[in-house]
Write a protein that binds this ligand. Structure first.
Ligand SMILES: Cc1ncc(COP(=O)(O)O)c(C=O)c1O
Length: 419
């Protein structure tokens, strides 16, 4: 009888992980109140406004602007900072496409740099080396919830007079030196899409302590309007990025659970550090000493295939899923995406910038390559489980290691002729 679930054996995971999204009577009541109030639109409503204020305060910021999603949060931020044609924005090559596409949406060039080997966050040394007279901003991504080096990035941004944006879509409630992330620079952006640490299916937020930035961003997200002015006056270029009252109401309830859930995710992740770190060939994402709490959008670990009979990352992921442990592959390096390879991204640029050589397309990015193709992600809902769940994750990986040769043998076997 085979041992691996992938080959017909029993699953390592016996009891189910907690379901996601989580909700209770409070979401039901909040949604019903919106329904019966007949105020479903944020403009005359109070729910989204209350949520903006509560979310900003939670992250130590004076201002919060709720928007339709995390991509929109970055797009509005670019517009509010006046980033446009001819400008450059430095960001990590290892991130979701939205971090770069928001820069292109502003008709500026995303300049891609490599990440730290152990935390998978943007490498400040490479940021500094990539600065040119056209650079206007740096976008740090708090990868998987681990904050980028906000000390060094803050210094670089200040000394070169650049905006620092924290793409915090993975990092609600994460802390850097005991202070919640998001308002260390000009702005922090968040996503409330379904997989995120709190959710309304879709949604986004921009937080900031900069009054001028807030005024611009709020106007951009609401068709160029300005507070207390006539509804049909439009002072700057803007669009409609407003969040609905339904989402504001649900997110306000979700925010009430975030602190406790973060504590649980962080604690379980530290147990996994211990359990998985003891398995040869598994290297968990490093927790730097200045990261005092990791929001843990995911539990990320590197798999050295040599310790697993040479099986591929995809085979490892399939074996884990078969054992009942939800897990997935990582983001590909941005510069390998079709739009960068085939030159489509240049259509967003103007003048010399649209035809000139972009050195990042020829660079090697060894740490991004390693993170992109050799790490495995366990999504955050699993971290809401208990200690037994964490032990079952470790047991599943140990089992895959024990039986990896069976997977390797299967893939080495000649394919049977099709009938
Ligand atoms: C790092 C990062 N930035 C931005 C986004 C965009 O968020 P949304 O999907 O809400 O547009 C995501 C979403 O997955 C993300 O992971």
């Amino acid at each position: 009888m085979p041992e691996l679930a992938l080959l017909g054996g029993a699953k390592a995971k016996r009891k189910p992980f907690p379901e996601w999204p989580q909700y209770d009577e409070n979401e039901r009541r909040a949604l019903n109140e919106v329904l019966e109030s007949r105020i479903w639109w944020r403009t005359p409503g109070t729910r989204t406004l209350e949520f903006e204020q509560a979310f900003a305060k939670f992250h130590g910021a004076r201002h919060g602007i709720a928007v339709t999603n995390g991509t929109a949060a970055l797009e509005v931020t670019m517009a509010a900072l006046g980033i446009g044609q001819g400008d450059e924005v430095i960001l990590p090559n290892f991130t979701f496409v939205a971090t770069a596409s928001a820069v292109l949406f502003a008709n500026a060039l995303p300049v891609l740099v490599d990440v730290d080997l152990e935390t998978y966050c943007i490498d400040p040394k490479l940021v500094e080396a990539a600065i040119t007279p056209r650079t206007k901003a740096i976008i740090a991504v708090h990868m998987g919830g681990h904050p980028a080096d906000l000390d060094r990035l803050g210094e670089i941004a200040r000394s070169h007079k650049l905006a620092l944006i924290e793409d915090s879509s993975h990092a609600h409630a994460s802390e850097w030196r005991g202070k919640r992330i998001g308002a260390f620079g000009s702005a922090g952006t968040f996503s409330f899409q379904s997989s995120k640490l709190m959710t309304a299916g879709e949604g986004g937020m921009i937080i900031s302590n900069d009054d001028h930035f807030e005024r611009q961003a709020r106007s951009v997200h609401d068709c160029g309007r300005m507070p207390r002015e006539w509804f049909y006056s439009h002072f700057i270029y803007g669009s409609n990025y407003r969040l609905s009252e339904w989402q504001g109401a649900v997110l306000n309830v979700q925010l009430g659970r975030l602190d406790e859930q973060t504590r649980r995710r962080h604690q379980n992740a530290r147990l996994l550090d211990k359990l998985l770190g003891a398995i040869p060939g598994i290297t968990p994402q490093k927790l730097g000493s200045r990261c005092t709490r990791n929001g843990q959008y995911a539990y990320i670990f590197h798999v050295n295939s040599k310790e697993f009979a040479g099986i591929s990352t995809e085979q490892f992921i399939s074996a884990m899923n078969a054992e009942g442990i939800p897990n997935q592959a990582s983001y590909p390096p941005l510069h390998e995406l079709d739009m960068f390879r085939n030159g489509e991204y240049r259509k967003r640029l103007a003048g010399a910038q649209s035809t000139e050589d972009h050195a990042f397309l020829r660079q090697k990015f060894p740490h991004t390559q390693r993170a992109a193709w050799e790490t495995v992600w366990i999504p955050q809902p699993a971290l809401l489980g208990d200690e037994e769940d964490m032990h079952e994750i470790a047991a599943a990986i140990a089992k895959i290691q024990r039986c990896a040769k069976d997977i390797a043998a299967q893939s080495a076997a000649p394919a049977r002729a099709a009938h």
